[in-house]
Design a protein around this ligand. Structure first.
Ligand SMILES: *Cc1c(COP(=O)(O)O)cnc(C)c1O
Length: 426
């Protein structure tokens, strides 16, 4: 069997897979917090383009990927599916381990799969400028990259502490011509209100979302863009799983266990949703013990942001005011989860598992030592569970096929690895 299973460019999928028609029950609709009634699509047009609102609610099983988006995907897609032979040998497991590597994109993660699509639909509807928020900078850099390619302006409200502590992702965003504003800022009412009370506010994702949404609402040529959680975002990520389906077929294997890390659910859904109707596959969503949304949260309506500006979404949540400890997997520190993924967990179709930070870094180091790639701290959560499952298979002498998503590389996270090696992590 080949080490790396590659697809030709013309084998890249030409449509995304929409899970909405295949859910075990209809998805509870997003609610308007002002009326507690289902959100009217027209109301969302202040910040989203019509086509993305249509995709958000579509019941069509497949949605074509526009040629303009496919042309940009070709900069790094199709991505390789790699057999982790050296990791298997290290673990002495009979299991076959495969990983889909999404770190080959220019910003280094799966996030541009949706950023490019979102920039495209906004540009097509005459929008000239996008705003968003970013914590550690992964989503901000994906959107900066995507807007540059469509010649749009981009403003990223970056949580002030990260702006000062993580300068390299900011430089990356600025290289792609995005304007990066430390949040809270004095450019919005929400920001000024916070600064009046606390001029030294360190900021938060919730405040940054409020600023980005306000900016989009107040400027006609501007929309807002979100990097996870919503149905259309997860839809765009399914290009990952649709490619993996073809690659596993080429390898001549059927998956037994599929694994992904979960922040808002987009890279997990991207790999797993195209397989969800298959019988006999175990799907495992992995989250940090310190932010245990799926394993300890409640399934109920909650806001998507801290400030309470978004529609109410039915999902597993730790409560919008939950402040997770500052773990290094910044992309997994979110109080809620995608409504579709929450529904699948509630029905037991997807199993959730929480893992401890130190164990994930240990797994990440083993992976770097064997397969060579330094994984993003988020992705190490998937690796940790892949290793656990491979060791279980060894105990039972079973030849399981394990597939996980390697959502990004960790080249901007070396400080976290340094802290780990110096014994400074808890
Ligand atoms: C943002 C991010 C995640 C978490 O987000 P999801 O929407 O759950 O995929 C995971 N891995 C990487 C590398 C990320 O950048």
């Amino acid at each position: 069997m080949e080490k790396k299973i590659m697809l030709d460019e013309n084998e890249m999928p030409d449509r995304w897979y929409n899970i909405l028609p295949d859910l075990p029950e209809p998805l509870p609709p997003p609610l308007d917090p002002e009326t507690n009634e289902p959100m009217k699509p027209e109301k969302l047009e202040a910040i989203f383009p019509k086509e993305l609102i249509r995709q958000e609610m579509s019941e069509e099983r497949y949605i074509p990927i526009p040629k303009e988006v496919r042309d940009i995907y070709l900069l790094w897609r199709p991505t390789p599916l790699i057999r982790a032979t050296r990791l298997e040998e290290y673990l002495k497991t009979p299991a076959k381990i495969f990983y889909k590597y999404e770190g080959t994109s220019p910003p280094g993660s799966h996030k541009p799969n949706t950023a490019v699509a979102q920039a495209y639909y906004n540009a097509k509807e005459g929008i000239e400028r996008l705003t968003t928020e970013t914590g550690a900078g992964q989503w901000g850099s994906a959107l900066a990259f995507a807007t540059r390619l469509f010649d749009m302006e981009c403003r990223v409200y970056m949580v002030r502490t990260s702006y000062h502590q993580k300068p390299y992702r900011r430089v990356l965003m600025e290289l792609w011509n995005a304007e990066v504003i430390p949040s809270p800022s004095n450019l919005t009412e929400s920001g000024r209100r916070i600064l009046e009370k606390d001029p030294d506010s360190p900021g938060s994702l919730g405040i940054a979302i409020s600023e980005a949404v306000e900016d989009a609402v107040k400027n006609d040529n501007t929309n807002y863009s979100l990097g996870s959680v919503l149905n259309h975002v997860l839809l765009h990520q399914t290009v990952i799983g649709l490619e993996a389906e073809k690659q596993l077929e080429i390898a001549g294997v059927e998956p037994d266990i599929m694994i992904g890390c979960v922040g808002g659910g987009s890279n997990f859904a991207g790999l797993v949703y195209p397989f969800i109707r298959k019988d006999g596959v175990e799907f495992i969503a992995v989250e940090p013990e310190s932010c245990p949304t799926l394993t300890k949260g409640e399934y109920r309506y909650d806001f998507g942001d801290t400030a309470g500006l978004t529609p109410l979404l039915k999902m597993y949540t730790l409560g919008k005011d939950f402040v997770p400890p500052p773990i290094h997997a910044g992309g997994l520190r979110y109080h809620g989860d995608a409504p579709t993924l929450s529904l699948l967990v509630k029905h037991g179709i997807v199993k959730a598992r929480a893992v401890a930070q130190l164990d994930t870094f240990r797994a990440g180091k083993i992976f770097a030592e064997t397969e060579g790639i330094v994984p993003a701290p988020e992705s190490t959560h998937a690796i940790k569970v892949a290793i656990d499952e491979a060791l279980k298979a060894k105990e039972k002498g079973e030849e399981k096929v394990i597939v996980f998503n390697l959502s990004g590389h960790g080249h901007f996270d070396l400080k976290a690895y340094q802290d780990f090696m110096e014994g400074k992590l808890s």
